[in-house]
Ligand binder design. Sequence first.
Ligand code: PLP
Length: 341
Amino acid sequence: MNLARFPRRRYTEGETPLERLDRLSAFLDGPEIWIKRDDFLGFFPGGNKTRKLEFLMADALEKGADAVITCGAPQSNHCRLTLAAARKEGMECHFIIEERVPGTYSERASGNMFLFQLMGVDSIRVVSGGADMTAEMEKTAAELRVSGRKPYIIPGGGSNAVGALGYVACAEEILSQSFRKGVSFDRIFTTSGSSGTHAGLAVGLWANRSGIPLTGINISRPNSLQVPLVEKVARETARLLGIEEPLPDSLIQCFDGYVGEGYSLPTPAMTKTVVLLARMESILLDPVYTGKAFAGMIDLIRQGFCRKGEKILFLHTGGVSALFHYQKYFDPELFPEDGRR
Ligand SMILES: *Cc1c(COP(=O)(O)O)cnc(C)c1O
C-alpha cells in the first residue's frame, strides 16, 4: 500500500524490535512467543499512540492548527503522548479528562498525571464518567477559536481512520521484519481498546494478504460493543486507503473474558502476569492494557487456543508510565510462580 501519500511526522527513529521470549515460551511449554516492542516507540516512554500521532499531528499541521484538544481517563497514555507531540511541534495542548472511576482524579497523582504537569499541559477540564466527550471537546474548541486559536480535535485514543494509519504502517513493518528474520507468524495478539490499533493492524494485515489471523483482547467492553466499534474504524480506514473491496466478515475477532470489573480496574491475573514478565523476560507490561491482554493470551494458550510449535506475536503497546501509579496493587511476595532464578 502507498502510505507515503498521507502526510506524516516521524517520532521514532527506525523500527521497534521484534524479540523472541525464550524463557517464557519454555515455561508455558506451548507456542513460540514473540513480542513487538512498541513500548520502544518515540516520546519516552512511548507506546501505540506515538504511531497514530505521526499521522494525526501531520494532519493537524497541514490544516493550519496551532492547538490540539484530546480526551482520556486520568492515567491516559494517549493524553500524555499527545501532549509530548504537541510540545515537539510547538502547539498548545488541552485535555478533557473523564473521571470514569469516581474519585480517581487528583492533580497530585503520580504516573501520567505527574507527566501532564511536568510537560505543562495548557488546560485540563475534568468531566464525570459517561459525559459526551465529543461535545466536551467541541466546547473547548469553540472557546479556543474565540481567543484566536486554530484548534484540532484528536478523538479519544487517537482512534479514527487517520490515526489507524499508524497501525496499517505497523502491520507492514511486522511483515517486513518477519521476512528478514525468516520467522512466519501463525497469529498476532493485540489489546483492543478505543480500537484504532486493532482496526489498523487488521486492515494492514488483510490488505497485504498476510494470511495471519489477528486476535484482540478487550480491556473495557463486551464483544457486543467492541467488535462493531473495531469494525467501524476498520471500514473507515479501508475507505481512506481507497480499498473498495468489503472487509471479510470474520476479520475482527475479540475475547472479552479478561476485562475484570471494568476499564483500568486491576485483576489478579493482570498483576500476576506483570510480575511474571518482569521477572522472566525483563519486560514491563502496564496494568490497564498490556497486563490484562497478555494475561488473556496466556490463558488462551493454556486452553489450547494456540498449538505447540506455532509462532505467535504479542504487540506490546506501551503504557509503562501508568505502572507506577498502581504500585499499591503489587505485592510480589504473593506470586510463587514468578520465574525468579
Ligand atoms: C491506548 C492503549 C491501548 C489500546 O489501544 P487502542 O488503539 O485504544 O485500542 C493499548 N495499550 C496501551 C498501553 C494504550 O495506551
